[in-house]
Write a protein that binds this ligand. Structure first.
Ligand SMILES: CC(C)(COP(=O)(O)OP(=O)(O)OC[C@H]1O[C@@H](n2cnc3c(N)ncnc32)[C@H](O)[C@@H]1OP(=O)(O)O)[C@@H](O)C(=O)NCCC(=O)NCCS
Length: 156
């Protein structure tokens, strides 16, 4: 799918000052949110390549890393009121670009098998399921669900 250049232009690298805004979005989006301190540690790590989308405040984030030739999306979320407007796709596209520039030739991620919105987003960006982790996500569910491990090979 094509990604809006206007939205790509509103992405920037996440810095430590964004940790609280990211934690707020985490709490609104996930059953097992990370604390602002955990977010800060990730943003401060040597492999960090995280992004935020800013449009009158932080409307979305992607926490990602790159180690050697593999980049990984650890979490991505968009403000509930701003979903289905292309921010998630823009964040992924932006991450793929910075990951490729850092030497990654693939992006790896996990998604809960009951997270239809995220799986649809990843498929729309060309990610394919390569493995499953059995009963991997438990938080907020009556019984654990599998994780789908998805990969996108970045073209040179
Ligand atoms: C998953 C998430 C990040 C998607 O963000 P978004 O900004 O709404 O996504 P986009 O608007 O860029 O959608 C891009 C494409 O993904 C697919 N998609 C996104 N949300 C979808 C939904 N609820 N149902 C079906 N398809 C969906 C569609 O193909 C969409 O393209 P379209 O709108 O032209 O049909 C957002 O729903 C979210 O924050 N969810 C909670 C956090 C989460 O589950 N994160 C993923 C696990 S870490």
């Amino acid at each position: 799918m094509s990604v809006s250049q206007d939205k790509r232009d509103l992405l920037r690298g996440a810095d430590l000052a964004d940790a609280e805004a990211i934690a707020v979005l985490q709490r609104a989006s996930f059953d097992d949110p990370w604390s602002a301190e955990s977010v800060r540690r990730l943003l401060d790590g040597p492999a960090n390549l995280s992004l935020v989308a800013e449009d009158g405040g932080v409307v979305g984030f992607l926490i990602g890393q790159c180690v050697v030739d593999t980049a990984e999306v650890l979490a991505v979320a968009v403000d509930d009121d701003r979903r289905r407007a292309g921010w998630g796709a823009a964040l992924l596209a932006g991450f793929e670009a910075v990951a490729a520039a850092s030497g990654a030739d693939r992006v790896l991620l996990d998604v809960a098998s009951d997270n239809a919105a995220a799986e649809a987003l990843y498929r729309s960006r060309g990610y394919e399921t390569v493995a499953r982790r059995d009963r991997y996500y438990a938080a907020g569910r009556p019984s654990p669900v599998d994780a789908l491990v998805m990969v996108k090979i970045l073209s040179a």
